[in-house]
Design a protein around this ligand. Structure first.
Ligand SMILES: [Zn+2]
Length: 546
C-alpha cells in the first residue's frame, strides 16, 4: 500500500461521536500526519493499518472531538496553582485558618495569595476585610481574590505599600470599599479601576516562572480533554511565552490569544496607540498559536453586583452595577478595531453592558462592516429580543460559560431574584435564535474542566443549594457537546479545521471512560478522561485503563 494511506494511529471498536453536520456516530478513526485520515466502520479503517501504526482497540468506549474552550485565562489559571484555593470555604474563620497556615511557612515580606472565596458561602455573608486578615498576618502582604474576579481583599500591609488611605479618591472604573463611619479603606477593592491600584505592587513572576506555569497548566488542560483554548486576556509578553513553548515543541494545547486593551483604566489615546501599534491582527499565526480578537472589559460580574444592568439589583435598589469604559471610548476603540480588521470581544455580563456593547459594534459597523468578523459578546447573561436581532444582523457570536449558573447560581438569585435569574445565560434562547455560542469556562473564575461545563449546561444545578435554576434553559447533551467543540472553534474562525472528527481536520480527540450521550445526565461531570490526542500526538493518557 502506498505510504500516504498508512495511518500513524488507529482507534477501532469505539463509539466515535464525530459532531459532523449530521452528528454521525461511527466506530473507528485513522490519523496520519496530525490529521484525521479516515472515519468509518472498523472494516473501512483496518486496511489503513501498517507495520508502524499504533492501534488502540476501545471496546466500545466513546470518542469525542478535542474540547475547545472559547474563553479562558491560562496565565491566571496557572498562577493559581501556587496560591491558596479558598473555593467552597464556608466562613471567614476558615479563610483565616488557611492564611495562618500559609503565613507560617512563608518568609516575612513575601506575598501570601489566595483565590476563590465567595461570601455567599460564608456563615457571615459579608466580604472578608483587612481587619480580618490583619488578625493572622502583619509582616506578610496578603492578597485574596474573590471567585470570579472583579473583587479582591488585601491586608493593611498591602494598603500601606500601595499608598491607599482614607484620602485616596475613588478611582475611575472601580471602588475602594470603606468603613461606613470612618471612611477608612476596608481592604476590599472592587472593579478594574480599583484593582489597578495594587497591580503594580503585586508580586509578579519572572518570565521563566510564567513559562513554567503555562507549561504546567497546559498539561492539566490536556488531562481534562482540552485541545484548544481562546485565552481572553493576553499582552505581548504572553505571546512570547507561548511562542517559546511552541518552538520547544512542548505546547499540548492550541492557543488563540485575545489581545487585552486596558480601556477604562488607561487614557483613550494610549489604548488607541496600543491598537495601532499592533502590526499583525486577528488570524495571524498557525494552527498551534494565533492572534484572536481585541479584548475589552466593559463591566464587572454578578457576584460583586458590578455587572451593569438595565434594572437595579433586587437587594440593592440603587445599584445598576459598574461601567468600566465610558461609552464614547468604547465606540472609538471599536471603530479603530474595525478599520484595522480586528475581531473584538467585549466582557459584558449585565443587560445594559450588552446593550452598550452592541451599540458600539453597530457604530463601528457603519464605518466598516463587521458582518463576517464574528465580533463576540463575552458572558452576556441578559440578552433580550433586541440583542438577538442585533446578533443576527451583525453576525455576532457569544462566548458562554454554563458553569457560572452552577457556581454562581446563588449570586444570580440574590442579585436578580428568581424570575430574572432563571432566564440568565439562556443557552436554549441563543440556540433557538440560531446564534453561534461557544462553550468555555472563564477559568480561573470557574473550573476549566469542559465536562463540568457540559454538565452545567445540561442540568443547571446551583452548587450551594442543589436546586435547578431555569430548567427551561437546559440544553441536550449533544448541543452542549457541540458548544464545547465545533461552536467554540467557530468563534476563532477554526470550524473548518477543528471541532469535529472528519477526514482532513486536525487530529484532536478525547477518549472518554463512559458514554456521555447515554449515561444519566447528573453523572456527566464524573466521566473520566482516558486519553487526549492533539495534532495526532497522545498528550494525555490514563495508562491504567488504555
Ligand atoms: Zn474572562
Amino acid at each position: 500500500m502506498p505510504d500516504g494511506f498508512v495511518a500513524d494511529m488507529v482507534l477501532l471498536d469505539g463509539k466515535i461521536v464525530t459532531i459532523d453536520g449530521a452528528f454521525s456516530i461511527t466506530q473507528a478513526v485513522a490519523i496520519k500526519d496530525g490529521r484525521f485520515l479516515a472515519v468509518g466502520k472498523d472494516r473501512d479503517i483496518q486496511p489503513l493499518i501498517g507495520k508502524h501504526t499504533r492501534v488502540f482497540s476501545l471496546s466500545g468506549k466513546t470518542v469525542v472531538p478535542g474540547f475547545v474552550d472559547s474563553h479562558i485565562h491560562m496565565r491566571w489559571t496557572g498562577l493559581n496553582l501556587n496560591k491558596i484555593n479558598l473555593r467552597g470555604i464556608s466562613s471567614i474563620d476558615g479563610i483565616l485558618e488557611a492564611i495562618e497556615e500559609k503565613v507560617l511557612h512563608t518568609p516575612e515580606d513575601q506575598w501570601v495569595q489566595g483565590f476563590g472565596w465567595d461570601e455567599g458561602y460564608f456563615r457571615e455573608k459579608r466580604y472578608p476585610t483587612r481587619w480580618d486578615l490583619d488578625k493572622v498576618s502583619g509582616e506578610h502582604p496578603v492578597h485574596l481574590a474573590r471567585a470570579y474576579g472583579h473583587i479582591e481583599t488585601v491586608n493593611s500591609k498591602v494598603l500601606k505599600m500601595a499608598g491607599i488611605t482614607r484620602s485616596t479618591p475613588e478611582p475611575a472604573g472601580g471602588k475602594i470599599l470603606r468603613d461606613f463611619k470612618t471612611g477608612e479603606p476596608s481592604g476590599v477593592l472592587s472593579g478594574q479601576g480599583a484593582l489597578k491600584l495594587i497591580e503594580k505592587i503585586l508580586s509578579y513572576p519572572s518570565l521563566k516562572e510564567q513559562k513554567e506555569v503555562i507549561r504546567a497548566i497546559t498539561r492539566k488542560f490536556s488531562a481534562a480533554g482540552i485541545t484548544s483554548v481562546c485565552d481572553g486576556w493576553c499582552y505581548p509578553q504572553d505571546f512570547r511565552i507561548f511562542q517559546e513553548i511552541k518552538e520547544a515543541g512542548d505546547l499540548t494545547v492550541r492557543i488563540c490569544g485575545m489581545v487585552k486593551v486596558d480601556a477604562g483604566v488607561k487614557p483613550l489615546k494610549d489604548c488607541l496607540a496600543d491598537i495601532e501599534g499592533w502590526g499583525p491582527y486577528t488570524g495571524f499565526g498557525d494552527h498551534m498559536l494565533k492572534i484572536g480578537g481585541i479584548k475589552l472589559v466593559l463591566d464587572g460580574g454578578i457576584g460583586g453586583k458590578t455587572a451593569l444592568t438595565r434594572t437595579p439589583y433586587a437587594d440593592d435598589s440603587a445599584n445598576f452595577g459598574l461601567q468600566v469604559i465610558p461609552t464614547s471610548e468604547l465606540i472609538e476603540i471599536c471603530k479603530l478595531a474595525a478599520r484595522n480588521n480586528w475581531q473584538v470581544g467585549v466582557h459584558c455580563c449585565g443587560g445594559r453592558a450588552v446593550d452598550l456593547t452592541l451599540e458600539a459594534y453597530q457604530e463601528a459597523h457603519t464605518e466598516k462592516s463587521i458582518k463576517n468578523r464574528r465580533w463576540v459578546l463575552i458572558h452576556a447573561y441578559e440578552p433580550n429580543e433586541r440583542t438577538f436581532a442585533a446578533c443576527r444582523r451583525l453576525g455576532i457570536v457569544v462566548a458562554a460559560q454554563p458553569v457560572f449558573m452552577h457556581l454562581m447560581g446563588h449570586s444570580f438569585l440574590s442579585g436578580w431574584g428568581r424570575k430574572r435569574a432563571s432566564c440568565a445565560c439562556p443557552l436554549k434562547g441563543w440556540l433557538s435564535q440560531k446564534i453561534h455560542i461557544g462553550g468555555g469556562s472563564d477559568s480561573p473564575m470557574t473550573t476549566y474542566e469542559p465536562l463540568v461545563g457540559i454538565w452545567a449546561a445540561v442540568n443547571r444545578r446551583v452548587e450551594l443549594t442543589g436546586m435547578q435554576l431555569g430548567g427551561e434553559q437546559c440544553i441536550p447533551v449533544r448541543e452542549a457537546l457541540r458548544m464545547f467543540t465545533k461552536e467554540s472553534a467557530y468563534l476563532t474562525f477554526d470550524e473548518d479545521t477543528k471541532g469535529s472528527i472528519e477526514p482532513g481536520k486536525l487530529a484532536d480527540l478525547v477518549v472518554l471512560g463512559e458514554d456521555i450521550l447515554s449515561i444519566p445526565k447528573m453523572s456527566i461531570r464524573d466521566v473520566p478522561i482516558l486519553m487526549t490526542v492533539m495534532d495526532g500526538r497522545i498528550v494525555y493518557e490514563d495508562k491504567a485503563v488504555l
